[in-house]
Design a protein around this ligand. Structure first.
Ligand code: GLU
Length: 486
C-alpha cells in the first residue's frame, strides 16, 4: 500500500472534498472545514468536491442540503464537482450510490473481512447497558462473528490484537490497538451504508488525495484504515483540523453560540469577514496580519502551519472584524447598499407589509408597529405574562429550552408548521395555549399585540426567533430583571 507523499502534493492532482450531512442547519464548522480544504486545493490548482453524505435517511432533508449549498456559495467557495453540477465521479449524493456500496460490501463479505449480524436491538441494548454498568467502552461483543449468517446488517471484521497505525499530517503517527475498535456496522438493514463505509468508498472512487476534516473523526480513522487495507487501496493523506470551541473550551454548540451560517448571513455579517475570521481560527500569517482576503489566504496558506490549540469561536472578535471591514472598506454608497440589502430587502419587506397593512394609517406609523422586525435586541415587560406569574423558574427555563430545541429543528418554518408545533407543544407540556402564545409573543417581539403570531414568527425567521428566545432564556436564568422576586 502506498501513501501519497504528504509533503509533496504535486505528486498527483490534489483532490479534496467536504462531506456535509444534510441533517440540520449549515454549521459554521462546515464553513471552516470548507475554507481550509478550498485554500489547500486552490494552492495546488486542485479540485474541491462537495459530496452530500445523506446516509442517515431519517434525519436528512432536502431543505438542509439546499441550505448547506447556499451557505457555502454565500461564503464564495465554489466547488468543482457536486450534486448540483455533477462531475466525472458522480453521483455526489450518497443516497444515489447505494448499488456501489452494496457491491463493495459484497467484496468484503467474500474476502471474509465483514460478516452478517442478526443480533436484535434488544440484545444490543442489553450488551451496551452491561458494558456501561461495568464502565467498559461500549462495542459489539462479536457473537455473530462465529456463525455463518447470510442476512442481517453487515459488520466490519476487525482483526484481533493488532496495532492500527495511520499518519496525520499535523499530528504525526497515531496508533490504536485493534481491540479498541468496534466491529462497526457497514451496511444497515435498510440497505443504506453507514458513514464509515460510504465515506471510504467514495473518497477512493472520487480520487480524493487529502482528507481534511474535523478532529472529531480521528477516532473513526482506524476503521477507515482497515477498510482501505481490505480493499487494497492507497490511503489518502489525513489532516484533522482542531475543533472550534466555545469560551469554556467545549465543542462549539448552539446552546452557547449561534452556529448556523444562515444566522450570520441574516444578521448582516459579511461573507468575506466570515472567511477571514474562520481562517484565523487555525492559521496565522507569518507576518502576523489579521485582516486578509480569500486570495491572500490562499497564497499565504501553509497546511503544516495549522495550529492545533483549540480555536475559540469568539463572537466579539467576529463583530469587531465586521465593524472594521465596514469602517475601512465601505464607502457611504457601499453602506447604503449594505443596509438596503441586509435590513430593508424588498424580499423581507414584501413579507412584512401584508402583516401590518391593516394596522397603520400613514407611513410614519410603520415603525410603531413593525419595529421588532428590524431590531437586534428586544426589551420586554413580562408582568402580564401568566407563565411568569407561576413563579416557577425551573419550569419556565425547561419550557423555554424545549421550545428552542423544537423550533430549531422544525423542518419547515412556515406559519402553519410553527402553529402545529406550538399547539402540540402545549398539549405535551400541559400549558395553556393562550399563555404560551403570549409568552412567545413577548419574548420574540416585545409587544403584547402583534400581527398573527405564527405568520409573524415565520417572517422573522427561525434564526431571529431562536436568538431572541435564547436571549430571553439568558435573562430569566440570571433573573436580571427580577422576574421572580415580585
Ligand atoms: N459526513 C461527515 C460530516 O458530516 C463528513 C466527515 C468527513 O469529512 O469524513 O461531517
Amino acid at each position: 500500500m502506498v501513501c501519497l507523499d504528504p509533503f509533496n502534493p504535486n505528486s498527483k492532482e490534489v483532490r479534496v472534498r467536504i462531506g456535509p450531512s444534510p441533517t440540520g442547519v449549515p454549521h459554521v464548522g462546515t464553513g471552516y472545514v470548507s475554507l481550509f480544504n478550498y485554500a489547500f486545493c486552490r494552492q495546488f490548482g486542485g479540485k474541491f468536491i462537495l459530496r452530500i453524505e445523506d446516509t442517515d435517511q431519517k434525519r436528512s432533508t432536502i431543505e438542509s442540503e439546499q441550505a448547506i449549498l447556499n451557505s457555502i456559495k454565500w461564503l464564495g467557495l465554489k466547488w468543482d464537482e457536486g450534486p448540483d453540477i455533477g462531475g466525472p465521479y458522480g453521483p455526489y449524493r450518497q443516497s444515489e450510490r447505494l448499488d456501489i456500496y452494496q457491491k463493495h460490501v459484497d467484496k468484503l463479505l467474500q474476502t471474509g473481512n465483514a460478516y452478517f449480524c442478526t443480533c436484535s436491538t434488544e440484545r444490543l441494548t442489553e450488551i451496551r447497558q452491561r458494558q456501561i454498568a461495568l464502565k467498559q467502552p461500549t462495542s459489539y461483543d462479536g457473537t455473530c462473528r462465529e456463525y455463518k449468517r447470510n442476512s442481517g446488517v453487515v459488520r466490519l471484521k476487525v482483526p484481533k490484537y493488532e496495532k492500527i497505525e495511520f499518519f496525520d499530517l499535523l499530528r504525526g503517527n497515531i496508533n490504536i490497538e485493534s481491540s479498541e475498535i468496534d466491529d462497526q456496522v457497514l451496511l444497515k438493514s435498510d440497505g443504506f451504508p453507514t458513514y464509515h463505509l460510504a465515506n471510504v468508498v467514495d473518497d477512493y472512487l472520487m480520487r480524493i488525495t487529502h482528507v481534511i476534516r474535523g478532529e472529531e473523526w480521528i477516532s473513526s480513522t482506524p476503521k477507515h484504515i482497515l477498510l482501505y487495507r481490505f480493499f487494497g487501496w492507497d490511503i489518502p493523506v489525513f489532516v484533522h483540523l482542531p475543533l472550534l470551541r466555545n469560551f469554556d473550551k467545549s465543542k462549539v454548540s448552539k446552546r452557547k453560540n449561534p452556529v448556523s451560517l444562515e444566522y450570520f448571513k441574516e444578521a448582516g455579517f459579511l461573507p468575506e469577514v466570515m472567511l477571514n475570521f474562520l481562517g484565523l481560527m487555525a492559521f496565522s500569517f507569518e507576518d502576523g496580519r489579521e485582516i486578509f482576503s480569500l486570495d491572500d489566504f490562499i497564497s499565504n496558506f501553509k497546511i503544516e502551519r495549522i495550529s492545533l490549540g483549540g480555536p475559540v469561536f469568539d463572537l466579539r472578535k467576529l463583530l469587531w472584524l465586521n465593524g472594521k471591514y465596514l469602517r475601512e472598506k465601505y464607502s457611504n454608497s457601499d453602506m447604503l447598499n449594505y443596509i438596503q440589502k441586509q435590513v430593508f430587502s424588498t424580499e423581507y419587506l414584501t413579507r412584512i407589509i401584508p402583516l401590518i397593512k391593516d394596522r397603520i394609517e400613514k407611513s410614519e406609523d410603520f415603525f410603531e408597529y413593525a419595529d421588532f422586525f428590524f431590531k437586534n435586541s428586544i426589551s420586554f415587560n413580562l408582568s402580564g405574562c401568566h407563565l411568569i406569574n407561576f413563579n416557577d423558574k425551573d419550569k419556565l427555563i425547561k419550557t423555554c429550552e424545549f421550545l428552542i430545541d423544537e423550533l430549531d429543528s422544525l423542518k419547515s418554518f412556515e406559519g402553519s408548521s410553527i402553529e402545529n408545533l406550538i399547539r402540540l407543544f402545549c398539549d405535551k407540556h400541559k400549558i395553556e395555549k393562550r399563555e404560551l402564545f403570549m409568552f412567545i409573543r413577548l419574548a420574540v417581539t416585545g409587544k403584547r399585540a402583534t400581527p398573527p403570531l405564527f405568520e409573524t414568527l415565520s417572517v422573522l425567521g427561525r434564526n431571529r426567533c431562536v436568538m431572541r428566545l435564547r436571549a430571553f432564556l439568558g435573562e430569566i436564568k440570571n433573573d436580571t430583571k427580577n422576574f421572580f422576586n415580585h
